[in-house]
Design a protein around this ligand. Structure first.
Ligand code: PLP
Length: 346
């Protein structure tokens, strides 16, 4: 299954495994990367991320740093509508040990230039780690083309696995024998059924496995991956760009006059497959759309209504209907019947 996902993100089959959750995989890879740097370049002590990264990724970084000691986290303030790639490149210097970013930003949908950031990291002797959760299955990714060192991602957004489906992790082949899994378990042991009492990491990417995979969830993600492979990522990307452009054109004509702002990049080459629209009443509009209009966006604080386009099955008609219903919710003030009090999941 890992090999199949590898085909849509530019990884070789021996560089990727499905395991655990994105959070756990991120912890494993951040720790492995920093231990590698610590052993070889003790003066490299800074981890770079951005202030629009998925907050849980930052929590994981903080947890790993707390455990390892000696490193500091630099959260670079960036504009995730335009220029974030350049801002991160400018922040990298000889003290940088690791650059850890979400390839596609979870709120705005901004897509980093992976090759440019990774090249800047490598030029400074740093490693680059990418969270592909909002990229995989949504836009073409070329980890090997960009010489990326590490990557993680989930299968429950554009890979169609559903919430809690297993995640994946990628390590560039040249690094395999130099990095260790901090959550060493029997699935990552050289001969797991020998049941030796001493841990010896398996050769290759297998050492990043820990325990028994959730077989039912694994079985459930395979058809989603097969459909993406059959459809072809470049064709899906072409449709997705047309659809986000269509959504933005509709926003301009129908929603901007009602107070909606565009909180995603205008430049399609820097935009993933979701579009966020801002509104002062975004949370109550979100509730009205879900409860009364059969449209399912997310609310992302402070004011984002995030509309995900899965080009495999979202139609242009769906996009048009969603915008018409958003317009109706505001035109007719339907959102006023909904309360944001006590909402736990947005
Ligand atoms: C970008 C990103 N990274 C990490 C995660 C965390 O994934 P999990 O809860 O499966 O560990 C998510 C979850 O939505 C995410 O969107």
């Amino acid at each position: 299954m890992g090999a199949k996902i590898g085909r849509i993100i530019g990884a070789q089959p021996q560089e990727i495994v499905i395991a655990d959750s994105t959070s756990v995989n991120l912890f494993k890879l951040v720790t492995a990367a920093l231990r590698l740097q610590q052993a070889n370049w003790p003066d490299k002590t800074v981890i770079i991320t951005d202030n629009g990264n998925f907050p849980s990724d930052i929590y994981i970084l903080q947890g790993a740093l707390d455990l390892l000691g000696g490193f500091t986290l630099k959260i670079v303030p960036v504009d995730l509508l335009v220029g974030a790639t350049e801002a991160i490149v400018a922040a990298i210097d000889e003290r940088t040990a690791l650059v850890a970013l979400s390839h596609t930003a979870f709120k705005s949908g901004y897509v980093y230039d992976m090759a440019q950031v990774t090249a800047a990291a490598h030029a400074a002797g740093a490693l680059a780690l990418w969270d592909l959760s909002h990229s995989v299955g949504a836009i073409p990714v070329d980890l090997n083309g960009a010489s990326a060192d590490f990557a993680v991602g989930c299968t429950y957004k554009y890979v169609n696995g559903g919430p809690g489906a297993p995640a994946f992790l990628f390590v560039r082949e040249a690094l395999h024998e130099r990095v260790r899994n901090p959550v060493s378990g029997w699935f990552g042991q050289q001969e797991m059924f020998a049941f030796d009492l001493d841990y010896a990491p398996a050769a290759g990417i297998g050492r990043f496995l820990t325990g028994t995979p959730p077989l039912l969830s694994l079985a459930a993600i395979e058809p989603g991956i097969d459909l993406l492979l059959e459809a072809d990522m470049s064709r899906l990307r072409a449709k997705s760009v047309q659809q986000t452009e269509f959504l933005i054109a509709l926003w301009r004509d129908l929603l901007a006059p009602l107070g909606f702002t565009l909180n995603s990049p205008v430049d399609a080459t820097r935009r993933g497959s979701h579009v966020s629209l801002g509104h002062a009443e975004a949370l109550r509009i979100d509730l009205a759309l879900i409860e009364a209009m059969n449209v399912l966006p997310d609310f992302r604080a402070p004011d984002n209504l995030r509309l995900g386009i899965a080009p495999l099955y979202t139609s242009f008609g769906d996009v048009y209907q969603a915008v018409l219903r958003m317009k109706r919710v505001v035109d007719e003030r339907l959102y006023e019947s909904f309360s944001a009090e006590g909402i736990a999941v947005t």
